[in-house]
Structure formats: C-alpha cells, structure tokens
Unconditional design. Structure first.
Length: 277
C-alpha cells in the first residue's frame, strides 16, 4: 500500500507505516488520517505481521492537524471534506471518528507497536504517538500540546495525565511549552533516546527483537497492561475528556464562529514567544 501521504511496507514479521508529507511537517489532513487508519487495519489483519512500526519522513514526526485556512480563508482548505460551515455537531462527528476512535483503535491493535519520533510532535501528533506501545525518540524530538492558545483545553485524545502525571500535564497544557526527548524519557513516556541518524536502525532492532516472541504471548502481555490501565479509568477518562474538549469548540463557535479562537499563525507566534522565554 502506498498513498499520497502514507507508505506501508511489510518486511519479515514487521510492518512499517510511514507518514510521508514532509513538506508540511507531516501535518495531518482528514484523508491522510483515513489512509493511516487503513494501514493500521492492514497490519492488524496480516497474520505474518508481529510488530508494527510508525515513523515519518522528513525533519519532523508531525506538526499536528492541518489547520491551514482556519480564520484566514474560511474552512480547513487542506481538508476537502471539511464542512463549508462549522457547527458543533459536525465538529463532534469529524473528531469522534478521525481523532478519538482512530487513536483508540490503534492503541488496541493486538500487536506490539513502536513509534519513532524525530523533530516536533505537536498536538495531533501526540494522537499518533501515544496509542503506540513504545516510543523511541531522536535526541532532537520535542513533544507539546499548545492548543490552549487556540482556546481549547487540550487535544481530543487526553493521554496527557496518563503519560506525564497530573501536575506536569497541567504545566505543559497551561504553558504550551515543549517537552524534550530526555525529559520525556525521565517521565517514562519515551522508551529510549537515540541520535537522529540512528533512529530508524534502533527502532527496527527493537521491533526485530520483539518479533521473535510468540504472537499470542505478545498479545496477552499487551492486553494485560492495557486492561490494567482501563480498570484504573483510562478508557472512561479518554471518553469523558473528549466531551470536555468539545466544549472548547462550542465556546469558540459562540465567540468567533470558528472552532478555535485564534488563527494558526497567531498560535505559532505565541509558541515562538514562549520558546524565547
């Protein structure tokens, strides 16, 4: 499988899914996410695949959802199936399917998955990385969710509290600052930090090591951990906070007629200003 923005390859017992929109820092359009979900489905259904790698071409893993045009030229011009007029209902329907449901489905694929991250992993990029079982980060990787600057309380898949802990999650959401690869490693979100030019080699080596194990044992080990998190409240919290996220869109619509309160360029300005402090 190879679409415009997603590459899919099976080599031995490892399936590799590659984001391929480097000219836009792998910003995600809705059709791109549909193709990504199809690649995940293919890997899940292929009995020869024991481990799944998610990686990205270019300098950056993903700059998040493609918001080009919001507040400037009208609807999201990069997404041809975006609504001509935003309502809370159509925003909810799009995000429930493409953001929440996709991320949960990828998380629950009964095969180990490894995400390789270089450069920025911003907001919607976290929705791709967090569902993976393991994350290997390049030394230049940075993880952030600055959407409070857009008037929203965090992205649709609220892994923040589970990945970072409550107080660190609040700090990173309130400030919008990026977490470095080393910091992410200290918090347990990242499995390993490697030089940029060794990222793919290290990721593949780990995938090959894991692929030697019996697939049923791997499946049950993953299920044990995920079930434990769900018993602790992960699944219910993810669903609940998704609805909290939608109140942010509702508030923005009531004030600006758009799903966010500021334009993408304005948010970029705030991020750059914060990085200089």
């Amino acid at each position: 499988m190879e679409t415009t923005f997603i590459e899919y390859e099976v080599d031995g017992a490892v399936a590799t899914i590659t984001l391929n929109r480097p000219e836009a820092a792998n910003a995600q359009t809705l059709p791109m996410l549909d193709d990504l979900d199809e690649a995940w489905r293919m890997a899940a259904d292929d009995d020869s695949v024991r481990v799944i790698i998610l990686q990205a071409n270019g300098k950056h893993f993903s700059s998040g959802h493609d918001l080009k045009g919001v507040g400037d030229d009208g609807p999201v011009v990069a997404n041809p199936d975006a609504p001509a007029k935003f309502t809370l209902q159509n925003i909810y329907e799009i995000e429930a399917r493409r953001f929440l449901e996709y991320s949960l489905r990828w998380r629950n694929v009964p095969k180990p998955s490894i995400c390789a991250v270089q450069g920025v992993c911003i907001a919607g990029g976290l929705l791709l990385a967090w569902p993976c079982d393991l994350i290997i980060a390049a030394e230049n990787a940075k993880f952030s969710d600055p959407v409070v600057s857009l008037g929203i309380g965090g992205v649709e898949y609220h892994g923040h509290t589970w990945e970072w802990g409550a107080r660190k999650a609040k700090e990173l959401l309130f400030t919008g600052r990026a977490m470095t690869a080393e910091e992410a490693y200290r918090f347990g979100m990242v499995t390993e930090v490697v030089p940029v030019d060794e990222l793919r080699t290290a990721t593949r080596a780990l995938a090959d090591q894991i692929a030697q194990k019996h697939p049923f044992a791997l499946r049950q080990a993953k299920r044990a951990v995920n079930q434990t998190l769900d018993v602790q409240g992960f699944y219910a919290a993810i669903q609940s906070v998704f609805d909290v996220h939608q109140t942010g869109h509702g508030h923005a619509l009531s004030e600006s007629g758009l799903p966010v309160l500021v334009t993408l360029e304005a948010m970029k300005g705030e991020i750059k200003s914060g990085d200089k402090k």
